[in-house]
Design a protein around this ligand. Sequence first.
Ligand SMILES: Cc1ncc(COP(=O)(O)O)c(C=O)c1O
Length: 387
Amino acid sequence: MKFETLAIRTQTQRGKQREHSTPIFATSSYVFDDADEMRQIFSDEIPGNVYSRYTNPSVKEFETKVALLEGAEAARATTTGMAAIFTTFACLLAQGDHVLMSQAVFGSTIKVMENYFQKWGITFTLVNSQDPAEWEKAILPNTKIAYFETPSNPGLQIFDLDAYGKMFAKNGIISIVDNCFATPYLQQPLKFGIDIVIHSATKYMDGQGRVMGGVIVGKNNHIALIEQFMRNAGPSLSPFNAWVLSKSLETLAVRMDRHCENALQLAQWLSQHQKIKSVSYPFLEIHPAYEIAKKQMKAGGGIVTFEVDGDLEKGKKVLNNIKMMSMSANLGDTRSIITHPASTTHSKLSPDQRSLAGITNSMIRVSTGLEHIDDIIADLNKALSTI
Ligand SMILES: Cc1ncc(COP(=O)(O)O)c(C=O)c1O
């Protein structure tokens, strides 16, 4: 079946009520017919639910769906995107291991390495390049994992998935991609030989700014390790959030089509505006990795970044004169959201780290929503006319 059909028709088995839409399995535990069955399910001799920290039908539906959409063998869902990232590192890394991490990743991902894994004897190198040869040079004998985002948040840097997949496989390194900005609808990194994909489901998967969630997809052997950690450590997604997320995936394809259409029009309009110094969008020909983006993505995504011609004060003035768009930290919502990454999402990074990640003080990020494009442009146009 095609992507859109899988997103709609992957559903928990219909129950005795003959419900059309899946109910929420709001239960923390499950019952057994007799002591023998209970023993067998507890010891994994026969399949079955024991406790919702381990498995839950609503969560399973979401996980099965994401695995199918990403073309993966298996998936496990977590409370948040950060929990998915922490869980993956905790499962795969041991004392003495080394991690290669892109400089251009979400601020908290770097902080998790700096504040926790480092003190547990794991070292890491932040790589400031999209050139696979530079990454290959940074590999150490104890490098276990390589981690990057494409497109990156918020710099929209693009990594050549085919080249990276091949290079890391050749070097026996587990490659992990945060696919949050693209979603599986626009890009499926596993098809290029990437080992593990992570999502903040809080973003486009929910798509309406309601619930938090994360998901890790990959091969059975990696997901089995993650499953064990989840059972022991417990960052499991709640049934309610899983139900919301699984329902939202039914409309992911149509939502992403419109997000991308609106974002491309916004980026084109900004690139012609006299008060704009620079615009970044993967499907604008002026993007330095336009050809790679075209090769591996179905469309350019919903995020556009730009810099106004002038100092930080001018950037602030634009933000303060926005009337319709929301000033908020999230992204991937139906509502357009405007942010200033340097003072919000990436404020915990040092100025050097920010500049290496391509985040300037005057950069403004727009998560283009699903409102009519004319209204989005009119809002920004009015705000720009004040500087
Ligand atoms: C690219 C990316 N990865 C991970 C995260 C973390 O996800 P969450 O907020 O669901 O923990 C975010 C959040 O903004 C993000 O943008």
